[in-house]
Design a protein around this ligand. Structure first.
Ligand SMILES: [Cu+2]
Length: 144
């Protein structure tokens, strides 16, 4: 009786592992990096391409990066010839599509950086509170 019970538990654990694997496979982050802040500053930005390889649209609502206090999703918009940053509270990535976060456009604004690990983890969470983790590279502000 006890062994039968254990077998059922193992199957349950296995199937939940399989489920979480398929959820994690929905988003792919490529060329992801966070810029080192200017010396003496604690604010910076992160850029990447996020692809949705799943069959469901994903609406990202929050982001976090290891070594930083707070991360916001930002976009740029031109207003009367001036570039302004605006916080987005959701970023939709439709099934089969990719969204680029790049200088001058969409970006992750990174606040309260103390010390960045060599490969800080980026955590993106959607409106259903499913979270996806990706390692980021760290790049110097000025490329030579
Ligand atoms: Cu910004």
């Amino acid at each position: 009786m006890a062994t039968k019970h254990q077998a059922v538990r193992v199957i349950t654990i296995l199937s939940s592992l399989l489920l979480s694997t398929s959820v994690f496979a929905e988003l792919v982050v490529e060329d992801g990096f966070v810029r080192k802040p200017i010396p003496g500053r604690s604010m910076s930005a992160a850029f990447m391409t996020i692809s949705n390889t799943g069959t469901e649209d994903v609406v990202l609502t929050t982001a976090a990066i290891d070594g930083a206090k707070n991360v916001e999703i930002h976009t740029h918009s031109h207003q009367d010839g001036v570039m302004r940053m605006r916080q987005l509270h959701s970023l939709e990535i439709k099934s089969g599509q990719a969204v680029s976060l790049e200088p001058g456009g969409l970006h992750l604004m990174v606040f309260g950086i103390q010390a960045l690990p060599a490969k800080p983890n980026l955590t993106l969470c959607d409106e259903a509170k499913r979270c996806y983790q990706f390692p980021l590279a760290v790049r110097d502000l000025v490329k030579r």
